[in-house]
Design a protein around this ligand. Sequence first.
Ligand code: KL2
Length: 630
Amino acid sequence: MIASCLCYLLLPAARLFRALSDAFFTCRKNAFLAKSSSPQVDGDFAMAPRGPDQEECEGLLQQWQEEGSSQALSTVSEGLLVDKGVAESSLAHLMDNPGEQDAASEDKWSSRQLSDLWAAENLEESFPEVLGEEPLPEVEGPMWAEVPVQTGPQYADCAVLPVGALAAEQWEEDPAVVAWSIAPEPVPQEEAPIWSFEGLGQLQPPPVEIPYHEILWREWEDFSTQPDAQGLVAGDGPQFQFTLMSYNILAQDLMQQSSELYLHCHPDILSWNYRFANLMQEFQHWDPDILCLQEVQEDHYWQQLEPSLRMMGFTCFYKRRTGCKTDGCAVCYKPTRFRLLCASPVEYFRPGLELLNRDNVGLVLLLQPLVPEGLGQVSVAPLCVANTHVLYNPRRGDVKLAQMAIFLAEVDKVARLSDGSHCPIILCGDLNSVPDSPLYNFIRDGELQYHGMPAWKVSGQEDFSHQLYQRKLQAPLWPGSLGITDCCQYVTSCHPKRSERPAGWAEPVIEEDISEPKPDFPRTVGTIQHCLHLTSVYTHFLPQHGRPEVTTMPLGLGMTVDYIFFSAESCKNGNRTDRRLCHDGTLKLLGRLSLLSEEILWAANGLPNPFCSSDHLCLLASFEMEVTAL
Ligand code: KL2
C-alpha cells in the first residue's frame, strides 16, 4: 500500500524533474545550435529526445538498431559515399590539396604544419577511394591518405575552407611544433596563440566561413625549463624523454546509436572515412611515442587503425569491450623507444555480480624505455601505461568506483616492484567523471570515504535528474569474492610471490582467477584507498581565460572527463595535511598541449567539427624519466 502510494507520488515527480532537466538541456542546446550554421538542425533539435541510457538499455538499443530508426545518419553519409554525389573530404584535403586551391590560398597555408604533412606522407597526390567495409588491400603509404578526391568546397554551411581569414606569417612559426622537439627550445613568450578569447567577446553566431583552425588553436605549454624538486631542469644530465597522447576517438557505432547527440554536425564530417583521415592526421602531426585510444571500434582497428599505425612505426595492443558493444581500448607504442615487458587486458565484467555487470575494459602495458646508445651504461625504470574507458552512466557511481578498483589493482600488480614500491605509472583515459568529483579525488588523493554517498554524486556528471536516483554507496563497496582489498590491490598480490612476465601478447597474461575462494582479508569501514601516488597532467582550468578546460562537449555542455595521471611525489612541506602531490617524481612533466574552453568550442560548432573529428579533444603530454648510471 505504502509502496504503491510512493509510486504514485514519486514517479510523476521524477518525470517532472526529468522534464525540467530536459528543458534545461534543450535550452542549452538551442543556444549552442543557434550558433551552428549547419542547415540540418533547424526544427530538429527541439524535438530531439535525450537518448535512452544505452549503458542501461542494451535491449532497447538493439531493437532500435533493428528497426533502423537510428540509421538516418549512416544512410546519409554512406549514401554520399556510395554514389559519390558528394565526394568526401578530410582535414588533409581541406588543408592540403594544392591542386584544388589557388596559389594565394596555398601560400596562406604554407605553414610548418602543412609542409610536415606533405613531406611526410605524399599528400600532394590525390587520395584513392576508401573501400567502405571491405578489408583494405595492401597499399604503399598510409591508409589514412585514402580519401576520395574532393571536387569543391563541400562545407558551405559548416566548414568552408577559411583561407581568406589567415595571416600567413602567423603560421610560419608554429609554436606547438617548435616546442615539440625532444630537446625542447623555450617557446618565445611573444608567440601568443593566434586566437584570442577576448577577441571573441560576446558569443555571436559565427560567420559563414569559420576560421576553425584559428579558434581551435592549441598551445604547447612548455614546463621543461622549470626546475624540479631537486632543482634540476630538463636536459640536465642523461634523460629519457617521451610523449604520450590519450584520445577518445568516438566509435562510429556508438555515434550512430546516439545520433541525436550529433544533430549539430554536417553529416559529411561524421562519416568514418572523413574522421579516420583527420584522426590519423592528428596522430601524425603530434607524433606521440605512446598512444592510448578509447572507443576504438574493432573492425576499424583491424582494418584501418592498426595497419596505419603500424606503418607509422607503432606496435599496438587492443582490448575490445565484453558484450555486444563493438569498441574498446588500444595502447600503441613506438618499439624504437620502448620494449614490451607485459601486456594485461582488464575486463570489468564479472558474471553474477550486479555491481560489475557492465562491459567496460582497460589495458595495462609495462614498457621498458630504450635509452639511446650514446648515453653509455645507464638504466631506466620500466614504465607502466594504463588506459581505460570507464562506464558512462552518470547514476552508477558505484559501478565506476568498482571498475576503477579493478583497474588500479591491475596497475598495482603490473607496476609493483619487489620492494613494494611502484615503477613510474601513467594512468589515462576517459573516466566519465569530472574534476573534483569523488572518483577524481580518489585517484588524486589515494583515498575516498564513500559510505552513504549517493551513487550519482561519484562522477559529478552534471544532470539534475540523476539526483533522484536513490542508490547510496554501502560498505563494503565490492564483495570479498572479487579478491580486491579496500586498498585496491589483488589479495594474491599482497603476498610476495611474483609471476614471470610474458614477453608479448600471445603469451598468457597474468590473470587473477576470481572463481577460486579467496582468503579472508580485513575490510575498512566505508573507505577505499590506493597507494599509486598519482597527479594530473592537466589542472582543469585555463587561467588566462578564467574558464574550465574542456575535453568533451556532449550537447554543447563542455566538461573534462579525460585525463592523463602520472606518478608524482608528496610535497615535502610538513604543514600540508591533504594527500595531494605537488612534485614530479621519477616522471617529470615537460609539457602539455593546452585544452580549450567551452566558449571556444561553441564558436567552432562544438565537437565533432570539421577539424576535430571526435567528440573529445586529444590530451598530449611530454615526460622525462630519470636515468641512472650503472
Ligand atoms: O561520455 V563518452 O559517451 O566517454 O564520450 O562514453 C560513453 C558516452 C560511450 C560509451 O558508452 O557512449 C556514450 N547519452 C549520451 N552518451 C552516451 C549514452 C547516453 N545515454 N550512453 C552511452 N553514451
